[in-house]
Design a binder for this molecule. Structure first.
Ligand code: NAD
Length: 378
């Protein structure tokens, strides 16, 4: 089985899809791995490191795509490369399928079996291949480091001969994977942390990390069977904003991570809330790339709104690219390994398997994932 690992082409992307130890793992399984020349350079992995791990270095993208049984990469494939793959080729990457209908159509047309890593179910068995979690975790860490970098105060309490410095106050909205890591990181730096989420089950997790859960009575909220938040009604969102305004006014740093599966992010912090914050405070909008939790935040920019610095930098895991690549690569390697048929010495696309049923978007010239089809119908 020939597996091609493609060099990233997305402008500004610093992460790489696979690092040499994962190549070694796939080679040990019996795969023939071809890695495009220069793939690992942004993370200091040389071609020679990949050859030492058992890969062949591919010089021609065209030839690699045309001969591979499986193509692995990080970001979605460029549209013009879809027709260059063999019919029946298995393609594994981020796909952003809800926003990329044309791309999905092209994958159907080309007969590619496209796995969208975002759609891997959040189950215990699939945790080892869950790129959303591994990358969100790092994103939460980076958000706190960025916030400290833009704040003109220190995070920890300091008792010094020059006086006592109060700890910074950090408020985190949305306590999924990213929010939990943001709480833990801000706590490690000594901040006083508060947090809020619409899923009530989160309260205990917030407390166990030494932070305070902000209570806002929104009535019935709950979560989907996969653990995702349900969308609030306009009235609930209004109530939430009232509750957020109080906590934001006291905070030095607000980090927003709220997302809704398959939908644009909810707009939680509006301009009046920002106007009520202390000048010099900092907001990090981690949802900026999916529509933004904060009114006025801009992708890849730090903007000043009412004297508050609003950080909308995208691809936060890319700021710790070497670690992010190590984790993404491990997720990808675990995915291949999980479905590797050791007797036949090949990857087996098990169409009955729950993970494949969730994440395989296109197969055999048609749409495949029922989850995807039902969300796109709405
Ligand atoms: P996410 O990125 O979809 O959303 C981030 C957070 O925003 C969520 O906690 C969500 O409840 C919250 N949110 C949505 N609307 C909000 C609003 N208006 N105000 C405040 N917060 C709001 O979430 P995620 O990090 O991908 O996690 C989703 C779920 O999946 C969680 O329950 C998590 O524990 C679970 N999970 C399970 C596994 C596993 O079992 N393998 C792995 C990862 C995550």
């Amino acid at each position: 089985m020939k597996i091609a690992v493609m060099k990233e082409t997305h402008p500004g992307e610093t992460r790489v899809p696979m690092i040499p130890p994962t190549v070694a793992k796939l080679v040990k399984l019996g795969a023939e791995v071809v890695v495009e020349t220069g793939t690992g350079l942004t993370c200091r992995h040389q071609d020679s490191d990949y050859t030492a791990a058992g890969a062949v270095i591919g010089k021609s993208r065209e030839e690699m795509l045309g001969s591979a049984d499986m193509v692995l990469r990080l970001r979605k494939p460029p549209k013009e490369e879809i027709g260059r793959m063999k019919r029946g080729c298995i393609h594994v990457s981020y796909l952003d399928p809800f926003n990329e209908q044309e791309l999905v159509d092209a994958l159907v047309e080309a007969g590619i079996s496209a796995v969208s890593l975002e759609m891997i179910p959040r189950s215990t068995v699939a945790q080892k291949m869950d790129v959303l979690s591994s990358q969100a975790n790092l994103g939460g860490y980076v958000a706190v480091i960025l916030a400290q970098d833009h704040l003109d105060k220190v995070f920890p309490m300091m008792t010094t001969p020059a006086g006592t410095i109060k700890p910074a106050r950090v408020f985190i909205i949305g306590v999924g994977v990213a929010g939990l890591q943001a709480i833990a990181t801000a706590r490690r730096l000594g901040a006083r942390v508060e947090a809020f989420d619409t899923r009530p089950v989160v309260e205990e997790q917030v407390r166990s990390l030494g932070a305070k859960f902000v209570k806002v009575d929104l009535g019935e909220t709950g979560q989907t069977k996969d653990g995702y938040a349900k969308e609030l009604t306009p009235e609930q969102l209004r109530k939430q904003k009232e509750g957020m305004a109080r906590a934001c006014a006291q905070a030095d740093v607000v980090i927003t991570t709220a997302q809704l599966f398959g939908r644009p992010a909810p707009r939680i912090i509006d301009r009046p809330i920002i106007a009520g914050m202390q000048p010099g405070s900092v907001i990090v909008d981690m949802a900026v790339e999916t529509g933004g939790n904060v009114e006025g935040s801009e992708v890849d920019k730090v903007v000043d709104i009412e004297g508050v610095k609003v950080i909308g930098l995208g691809n936060l895991p890319g700021r710790v690219a070497r670690t992010a690549s190590q984790m993404y690569s491990a997720n990808l390697g675990n995915f291949v390994d999980h479905f590797w048929d050791r007797e036949a010495g090949t990857f087996r696309l098990d169409l009955e398997n729950e993970i494949i049923r969730g994440a395989l978007i296109t197969h055999d010239g048609a749409l495949f994932s029922e989850t995807y089809k039902s969300i796109m119908k709405k």
